[in-house]
Design a protein around this ligand. Structure first.
Ligand code: ARG
Length: 457
């Protein structure tokens, strides 16, 4: 492509370090769409003839057909997807192919292709997140009244419902989806026509190409258009946050499926066995989802560091943007699909959850609240009295509700029988009707609300 200036070809190592075709061939659809829009615009603006445009359009369709059907021969010597496609176009249609690159450079070309790709990745990630939210909300509705221990510090804290716990993740994943929506909206400006870095002297119509490719408008500054990769950083930042959330759910699935917890069982479809221990049922998918967070955060980090300190405008360093980004979204798509799959056919062991919910004096706060309500005690005093009752129960080796009224009265003489109404885990969760609280009635309402909102999406 630049034979005019050079008398010798590159060394094999130069070719190896320079070529990106093995990675960026994934941009072929975007590259062809960008070239078609560019050629049509050039013809509409009178920069190339209609006949040349027609030949280019037809030729690009033919190239797309070859790639689609797997006949296309990629050539490393042609460096990247842009030059591979253009070279093939030249072979197919001859002279008009040489006019396609008028008023354009690979710098704005790759920036455009990559933005289109990342925009799609954002849309797909948001859609996959909403599928996961649907699965979570559906399971939450079924399990609105399934009581489980709620934890802080992984120590039993207060009873919650499993549905409530699932909806906590649905909240996180809903925000994650909206982060991808925001990122896609912000990146939706078209670099095409910025040319190498300074714009072009040809009378091009950048609004036209922007519109043809589904962008809201052209990028306003040609230097920014070819130099910026913050659209990919932002998308990967959204991916990293999502992956962090997924990893927490993955970790909980690992904990919940352990013999010691036994709260849930993963379906056979999402479990693996052991080659030596016949009894084993391993939560590999959950563990791998947990691990994907490391890779995804690594991908974001990789691009941030590649871009750090780069002087404007384009530098070849930026070619390394794609491997990290493609990897990031491949990992994310898989982690999301696996999580949605696991949640969708999770077997919930309500009895084990409920049994565990009663351990660890989980309704001690309910007892303290009762003292406040019934005896008008300041909460701090109620906390102290309850602490003494818990110590007594611990000494006797029984649960709070197994203490006798006499036992309770030995600590606080004004205690009455109706205190037992608040000591069960069911009563505890049922009473937490404050907005955002874990009461089954709340969970049912919120799960339905979410399912309805997701239907509109
Ligand atoms: N393959 C290159 C990349 O992905 C395309 C842009 C090349 N531009 C250049 N001036 N060498 O960054």
């Amino acid at each position: 492509m630049w034979g005019g200036r050079f008398s010798e070809g590159p060394s094999a190592i130069m070719e190896e370090i320079n070529a990106s075709i093995d990675i960026d061939r994934r941009l072929w659809r975007e590259d062809i769409a960008g070239s078609k829009a560019h050629a049509a615009m050039l013809a509409a603006c009178g920069v190339i003839s209609d006949a040349d445009n027609k030949a280019i359009q037809k030729g690009l369709d033919a190239v797309a057909g070859e790639i689609e059907s797997g006949q296309f021969k990629y050539d490393k010597a042609l460096e990247d997807i842009h030059m591979n496609i253009e070279a093939r176009l030249k072979a197919l249609i001859g002279e008009p192919a040489g006019r396609l690159h008028t008023g354009r450079s690979r710098n704005d070309q790759v920036a455009t292709d990559f933005r289109l790709w990342v925009r799609t990745a954002c849309e797909q990630s948001a859609a996959a997140l909403r599928d996961l939210c649907r699965a979570l909300a559906a399971r939450a509705l079924e399990n609105a009244d399934a009581v489980m221990p709620g934890f802080t510090h992984l120590q039993t804290a207060q009873p919650v419902t499993f549905g409530h716990h699932l909806l906590a993740y649905a909240e996180m994943f809903s925000r994650d989806a909206s982060r991808f929506d925001d990122a896609a909206r912000r990146m939706n400006e078209c670099p095409l026509g910025a040319a190498a870095l300074a714009g072009t002297s040809f009378p091009i119509d950048r609004d036209r190409t922007a519109k043809a490719l589904g962008f809201d408008r052209p990028c306003a500054n040609s230097l920014d258009a070819v130099s910026s990769r913050d659209f990919a950083m932002e998308a990967m930042a959204a991916a990293a946050i999502t992956a962090t959330h997924l990893s927490r759910l993955g970790e909980e699935l690992v904990i919940w499926t352990s013999a010691q917890f036994g709260f849930v069982q993963l379906s056979d479809a999402f479990s693996t066995g052991s080659s030596i221990m016949p009894q084993k049922r391993n939560p590999d998918a959950a563990e791998l989802v947990r691990a994907k967070a490391g890779r995804i955060v690594g991908s974001l980090n990789s691009l941030l560091i590649v871009m750090k300190g780069l002087a404007l405008a384009y530098a070849k360093d930026m070619q390394e943007d794609k491997a990290a980004t493609f990897q990031c979204f491949d990992d994310l798509a898989l982690a999301l699909a696996a999580t949605t799959g696991m949640i969708g056919d999770l077997h919930v062991n309500r009895d084990a959850m409920k049994e565990a919910a009663g351990h660890g004096f989980s309704t001690a706060t309910d007892l303290a609240d009762w003292l406040v309500r019934k005896l008008n005690m300041p909460f701090r005093d109620a906390h102290h009295v309850t602490g003494a009752i818990v110590a007594l129960a611990e000494k006797k080796g029984v649960a709070l509700e197994a203490l006798s009224l006499k036992d309770l009265q030995s600590v606080e003489p004004r205690m009455t029988d109706d205190v037992f109404d608040v000591l069960s885990v069911d009563a505890s969760v049922a009473s937490r009707t404050s907005f955002g609280g874990t009461a089954p009635a709340n969970v049912k309402r919120e799960a339905k609300k979410l399912l309805k909102a997701l239907k509109a999406n």
